[in-house]
Write a protein that binds this ligand. Structure first.
Ligand code: SIN
Length: 491
């Protein structure tokens, strides 16, 4: 498959989008982008660096001055037009995503809808950036709290959701009156460039949104050290999040960090087995297991353990690994051979420490990995301690609620957790005891534009989506007014 499948070939851009212009890197360097299913190059993008990043920041500063003056309803209309452009080009955006990221086409289409949903959500939220009037300490005084845009912002976005992680950051930024310089993953830049081209068609003003392609070190260093950039929003690993946080310290930047997880998925023996199995499949195998909220540790209570595992193994055997364009495939390749090596390492480590593979054994070919279910998993194994980011289900067995909670919370991460129970008291108790930013009860699907998304502990800072997503791009200004004629005119 190639870009010849696109209905609108103009969406496949091989130039960066800087200050409202499509441009090559000043030094002329390029980065090749490969299809993980075939290993073939799809095309190339400019290897931008300091010069291009500075140009994008300067343009963002100029464009933001005008944008923030526009009434919220006008900003909202631009976001809605961008949403409509995305939905009208859903098939092409999905094809570009499958080509560069590997996820199966049906999932890629789902991500395009998910990406568009952030634009319509924040278009509506733009009109609700209201402040407050506080009780004043004297009759001649008034205290107002005004909400104002943070200013120029930056986003560093990941390869696993190449479109939705852009709109989840960019839509609230624009809704709030900010501008944004986006550095997409060098593995999946074409989705970012396509959505920028659609933004241009929708009337996003020149310079308000730039997409600077290239390797992360130089661009990231420039974005974090710039005093003009007032906020950085990042989705990716905890290691890189900590690095960006350190680099942002000198300019005291606001940060939103959506980092690594190690999600527990707990099945109590009073759970509805059908719900638990379908929830585990949805959570674990979304995007071939390459999601920061994927179930990473499956904890199953003694009395239901064998029935749950048997059902899960049956479902896993039905998965079909293949090229994302093959309509019969349900799981695409992993993003790279390094990702495959990590999965292999985790499975070998678990087996060497006593875990048992109860599904077909692990098979790898290029970036394709077969799904695997392991039982007898213990806390000393790598699968229990790190995100595998692949299609491996490591199953722990537990006795009671206390033990389940101790294992579940026994991690430095706190992004997402899931649990399955039919007991209402336990639902409250466990829901409150889990130390995670997001908790799913009797569901493995918790991603949506209307709910805050983010983690605690080393899983990050801030929230995206929901009402909270807009606040991340707004500053509060306390406006103290004094010397007013406070007495009533009728007295
Ligand atoms: C992520 O894996 O970074 C985001 C997943 C989601 O939005 O559901």
């Amino acid at each position: 498959m190639s870009t010849s499948v696109l209905k609108d070939p103009d969406l496949f851009r091989q130039q960066a989008f800087i200050a409202g212009m499509w441009a090559d890197a000043t030094g002329g360097g390029v980065i090749s982008v490969d299809n993980p299913a075939t290993g073939e190059s799809i095309g190339h993008v400019p290897a931008c660096g300091v010069t291009e990043t500075r140009a994008a920041i300067a343009a963002a500063q100029t464009a933001q001055r005008e944008w923030k003056q526009r009434p919220a309803a006008e900003r909202a209309q631009v976001l809605m037009d961008w949403h409509d452009q995305i939905m009208a080009n859903l098939d092409d955006l999905a094809a570009i995503m499958t080509l560069e990221q590997g996820k199966v086409l049906a999932e890629a289409k789902g991500e395009v809808r998910y990406a568009a949903s952030f634009l319509s959500w924040f278009a509506a939220e733009a009109r609700r950036a209201d402040g407050w009037i506080l009780p004043a300490p004297a009759q001649d005084r008034r205290i107002l709290v005004l909400k104002e845009p943070v200013g120029v912002t930056a986003a560093v976005t990941p390869w696993n959701f190449p479109l939705a992680m852009i709109t989840r950051k960019c839509a609230p930024a624009l809704a709030a009156g900010c501008s944004m310089v986006i550095k997409p993953s060098e593995l999946t830049p074409f989705s970012a460039l396509a959505v920028a081209a659609l933004g241009e068609r929708a009337g996003v003003p020149a310079g308000l949104v730039s997409v600077v392609t290239g390797m992360p070190q130089e661009i990231g260093a420039e974005l974090t050290s710039s005093a003009v950039v007032r906020k950085l929003s990042f989705t990716g690993s905890t290691r890189v999040g900590a690095l960006l946080m350190r680099q942002s310290a000198d300019t005291i930047k606001r940060l939103s960090l959506e980092l690594g997880g190690n999600a527990p998925f707990i099945v109590f023996d009073d759970a509805d087995l059908d719900l638990a199995v379908s929830g585990a499949m949805a959570s674990k195998f979304r995007n071939s297991g390459q999601t920061c909220i994927c179930a990473n540790r499956v904890l199953v209570q003694d009395a239901i353990h064998d029935r749950f595992v048997a059902r899960l193994v049956d479902e896993v055997a039905r998965l079909k690994v293949g090229d994302g364009f093959d309509p019969s495939a349900t799981m695409g390749p992993l993003i790279s051979e390094a990702a495959v090596a990590k999965v292999r390492g985790h499975v070998e480590d678990a087996l060497s420490k006593g875990a048992v593979c109860v599904s077909a054994p692990l098979k790898t070919e290029g970036c394709f990995v077969s799904p695997v279910v392991l039982t007898g998993v213990t806390r000393d194994m790598a699968v229990a301690q790190e995100e595998t980011f692949g299609p491996v289900v490591p199953v722990f067995r537990f006795r009671d609620e206390d033990e389940a909670l101790e294992i579940a919370n026994g991690t430095p991460y706190g992004l997402a957790a899931y649990f399955f129970t039919g007991d209402l008291d336990r639902a409250w108790r466990v829901g409150e005891a889990l130390e995670f930013g997001m908790v799913g009860l009797n569901t493995g699907a918790i991603s949506m534009e209307s709910a805050p998304f983010g983690g605690v502990k080393q899983s990050g800072l801030g929230r995206e989506g929901g009402h909270a997503g807009l606040d991340e791009f707004l500053e509060m200004k306390s406006f103290h007014m004094a010397g007013l004629a406070g007495k009533s005119r009728t007295s």
